[in-house]
Design a protein around this ligand. Structure first.
Ligand SMILES: Nc1ncnc2c1ncn2[C@@H]1O[C@H](COP(=O)(O)OP(=O)(O)OP(=O)(O)O)[C@@H](O)[C@H]1O
Ligand SMILES: [Mg+2]
Length: 411
């Protein structure tokens, strides 16, 4: 951790505290060599490069000193070249999502130099690091006022943008290939459907040539579960492929009672490894009006909340699902008597990917938030007390003809 309050102290280290900004003494040849290798500066005349080196200063960071803080704007804007040491570039505050580790010859601060916006990520020293500091006025003197130099810089940024886009497109293609082939993997289940349907008929005695056999109802239930899981998976895979292809599709909602969906979901998900030994209780409520929702997506929300509750609760713990009638719609509450959520994590849940599970992804709650708030125009929130438990609440509005659906959007 940083020695003091992270951002402000060290922001001054880069832009205000003179004790930390020593005038450059020596190493000028080394600095010049570094500058010549930096894409943003290598096109400059040697005289200009020398001037940048001579007029720059040095900044020494100790391990854990924070140089830049995500979301903050510095009063003085600088460009930094790392002369020695390493800086971690990360997003997030309490939990750092690593973006890159930069070392000698690499640089940072160039985006802020151009757009003067708040930093898009934070930077912290991983060990004692020495940086060359080029202040904005020096940069402007040599680059921003020189059309040729500016054009070269635009070329560097545009090249970088193209290669970032290529990497993103490549990653997206890989994910799409997996998703696409998953659909093919589901094809054999179509055969199983046909055979199982025949087996159910035989066991059930529907076909007069066969006697009704004990256990037919269990086979039929498994058969129905398999069909519905296959259908749901194909729907999700198709939505995922449509999202990649940017095909617009209507977000389908229907007017229905939410209780049967809750009961069905609880029934299906109770075999999950973290729920098998928990008591899942659904409180019925006879006074509920119907709500307007996408059946599969609300099932996904419930699955995520129930699995999370299962992870947080001890064996024999209680997970209770209640539905109340609000002014605008149904309110569903998933309450557990588990570990509770530590205070420092609470502000980031539902807003950022976060997980504290070795096998977790931190996607579940983000998916719930999108489904409830973006696609149903409802709300999702939670209350939690350490060692007592957590309750997640979400609302599904009633059908209101005056409210435009979230739209026909590519998902
Ligand atoms: N009911 C709960 N009790 C305690 N902590 C919870 C509860 N629900 C969520 N959390 C915390 O929120 C974090 C984020 O949950 P989320 O569902 O987004 O991701 P995850 O469960 O870690 O992984 P996955 O993407 O596989 O669902 C969890 O790792 C856990 O720390
Ligand atoms: Mg989860």
């Amino acid at each position: 951790m940083s020695k003091k309050a992270p951002s402000t102290e060290n922001k001054t280290s880069s832009s205000g505290d003179p004790s930390r900004l020593a005038p450059s003494k020596g190493h000028n040849l080394l600095k010049l060599e570094l500058l010549k290798r930096i894409d943003l500066f290598k096109f400059l005349p040697e005289e200009t490069q020398k001037d940048l080196v001579e007029k720059s200063s040095e900044l020494v960071l100790e391990k854990d000193d924070i140089l830049l803080k995500e979301g903050e704007q510095d009063e003085e804007i600088n460009f930094y070249v790392i002369l020695s040491g390493h800086l971690l570039i990360y997003k997030g505050d309490t939990f750092r999502k690593r973006i890159a580790i930069l070392g000698s010859g690499e640089y940072l601060g160039e985006m802020t130099l151009v757009d003067a916006q708040a930093h898009s990520a934070s930077a912290v020293a991983l060990d004692e690091s020495i940086l060359m500091v080029i202040p904005q006025d020096l940069f402007e003197k040599h680059i921003a006022s020189d059309h040729g130099a500016l054009l070269e810089m635009v070329k560097v940024f545009s090249h970088r943008m193209r290669s970032d886009l290529d990497v993103m497109a490549g990653d997206m293609q890989k994910v799409s290939n997996f998703t696409h082939d998953m659909r093919n993997c589901l094809v054999p289940l179509g055969y199983a459907d046909v055979y199982l349907a025949k087996a159910v008929d035989i066991l059930k005695g529907t076909d007069p040539r066969h006697k009704k056999r004990e256990g037919w109802d269990m086979v039929e239930k498994s058969f129905n579960t398999m069909i519905s899981v296959r259908k749901n998976l194909i729907t999700l895979i198709d939505q995922s492929l449509a999202c990649v292809k940017k095909t617009k599709s209507e977000y389908v909602k229907a007017e229905a009672q939410v209780l049967p969906l809750i009961q069905e979901t609880v029934d299906e998900i109770s075999c999950h490894k973290v729920l098998k030994k928990k008591n899942l209780v659904v409180q019925e409520n006879a006074d509920l009006k119907s709500a307007h929702f996408n059946f599969l997506d609300i099932k996904r929300v419930l699955q995520n909340l129930l699995i999370n509750a299962g992870y947080a609760t001890e064996n024999d713990g209680i997970i209770e699902i209640t539905i109340t009638e609000g002014k605008c719609g149904n309110q569903i509450n998933v309450k557990d008597n588990g570990t509770g959520i530590p205070l420092h994590i609470q502000p980031i849940l539902l807003r950022e990917n976060f997980t504290n599970k070795p096998d977790g992804n931190g996607f579940g709650l983000m998916s719930c938030r999108e489904i409830i708030e973006d696609f149903h125009l409802g709300k999702i929130w939670f209350e939690s007390e350490l060692n007592c438990g957590t309750t997640f609440h979400f609302t599904i509005p009633h059908f209101d003809p005056a409210v435009k659906p979230p739209g026909i959007k590519a998902r």
